[in-house]
Design a binder for this molecule. Structure first.
Ligand SMILES: [Zn+2]
Length: 397
């Protein structure tokens, strides 16, 4: 067996932390054989590749919508969530060839940016073909959405059919997920709860991306309520719940399922405590660049500090981002919260994401047997272990 040995200024893996001048040994098929701590000693060996920079496992992008890739640059910034939704819904329509080209380009960009696994939201089959032949591991979350009580059954069956199509025709990992607290009727939540099958192990749900989402659930009014009504959503069955959207959402969900809650910009202390009591298996997914694009705000540090083992990072889609780059997301988080060490940022973008998507057996760290991908972060501040604006990812394996 031919073994590839790679060394770098530092090697990072979530289970070991930073190893100065460590050596990563890979099998011929890029599986991790071992990670050696040299005690910082620079070793010279025949066939040892050495790099200046930080080696880390491939990134796991916990939230994306590949099917919206053709919307790059089409949605104005800073419209807040309701303005974004108002632009996205009509803007989704495009020429089929244009959509496929954009999806294919976005998949390639993610590979070049060192992304090895993605939690990808789907409302239609547009992204299935590209994903089925991609080197990236995708989990397709088939999103169900619909506020009308009378069309709940239809919305749910459509979702189930899409899951079957993704699994059977495209051999994708796929499962159903509710869109958000505000986007579904109670009947639709009931169907999701009652028909949950053993293959539904996780949901990925948009959560409290906007203050108007809390208003909609709490008071059955507000900016998001008005926009959705204007767009033709039937909100006639929504009544004031006198609580934020997350506690209401938790009441609608089964308890025995892993949750990836995405965005969490307007999650209060009480919401956090309430959701923890309801479900012990929650991952908090942050999409800082998308948040900044839509609402000019990035996640504050409450969740980041409280649940470092449960934070993941996502790029969201090219409708609200200019690039699908995890390193750029980490750089934005580092700038917003300089006290967060790089070891946490890299853990969030690798092992935590892999755990959230249930793929940590293969991805997320340099543990023997994993085929996690190997990235070199160049142009980082090696002395202080910080990212710089000019830091870049190079895929080594
Ligand atoms: Zn999203």
């Amino acid at each position: 067996m031919k073994i590839r040995k790679i060394s770098a200024s530092y090697i990072f893996s979530a289970n070991t932390g930073f190893l100065k001048n460590g050596i990563l040994s890979l099998c011929e098929d890029n599986r991790v054989l071992k990670l050696t701590d040299t005690g910082g000693k620079l070793t010279e060996e025949a066939n040892l590749e050495h790099y200046n920079g930080i080696l880390c496992p491939g990134f796991v992008n916990a939230h994306c919508h590949l099917e919206l890739s053709h919307m790059l640059g089409k949605i104005p910034r800073n419209q807040e969530l309701q303005g974004f939704i108002e632009s996205v819904i009509p803007g989704r329509k495009a020429d089929a060839e244009e959509i496929q080209k954009a999806i294919s380009k976005a998949d390639k960009q993610m590979r070049e940016e060192g992304i090895v696994a993605v939690g990808d939201i789907c409302n239609n089959p547009d992204s299935f073909a590209v994903k089925s032949s991609s080197r990236i591991h995708y989990h397709s979350f088939i999103e169900v959405l619909g506020t009308s009580e009378v069309s709940a059954e239809r919305a749910f069956r459509n979702g189930q059919n899409l899951v079957q199509l993704a699994r059977q025709k495209f051999s994708l990992n796929a499962s159903i997920t509710p869109h958000s607290a505000y986007g579904l009727s109670e009947s639709l939540f009931t169907l999701i709860r009652e028909e949950k099958s053993s293959s539904d192990t996780m949901f990925s749900i948009h959560n409290q991306e906007s203050g108007a989402e809390n208003d909609l659930v709490s008071t059955a009014s507000g900016k998001l309520f008005d926009t959705l009504s204007k767009l033709g959503f039937d909100l006639s069955s929504k009544t004031p719940q006198h609580k934020n959207s997350l506690p209401w959402l938790m009441e609608q969900l089964p308890r025995d399922i892993r949750l990836l809650l995405v965005h969490n910009l307007y999650t209060s202390e009480m919401d956090i405590r309430n959701s923890e009591a309801e479900n012990a298996d929650i991952y908090w997914v942050m999409c800082p660049k998308s948040n900044f694009y839509i609402g000019g705000r990035v996640p504050d540090d409450v969740l980041l500090k409280r649940f470092p083992d449960r934070i993941c990072v996502g790029t969201d889609s090219l409708a609200s981002n200019d690039k699908l780059s995890m390193l750029e997301e980490l750089y934005v988080l580092q700038n917003a919260h300089p006290e967060i060490p790089l070891k946490e940022l890299l853990t969030w973008s690798s092992l935590n994401g892999a755990k959230a998507l249930g793929v940590d057996k293969w991805f997320g760290s340099f543990e023997p047997g994993k085929k996690s991908g190997v990235l070199l972060i160049e142009n980082a501040d090696i002395q202080n272990l910080r990212l710089k604006k000019e830091s870049r990812v190079k895929v080594l394996a």
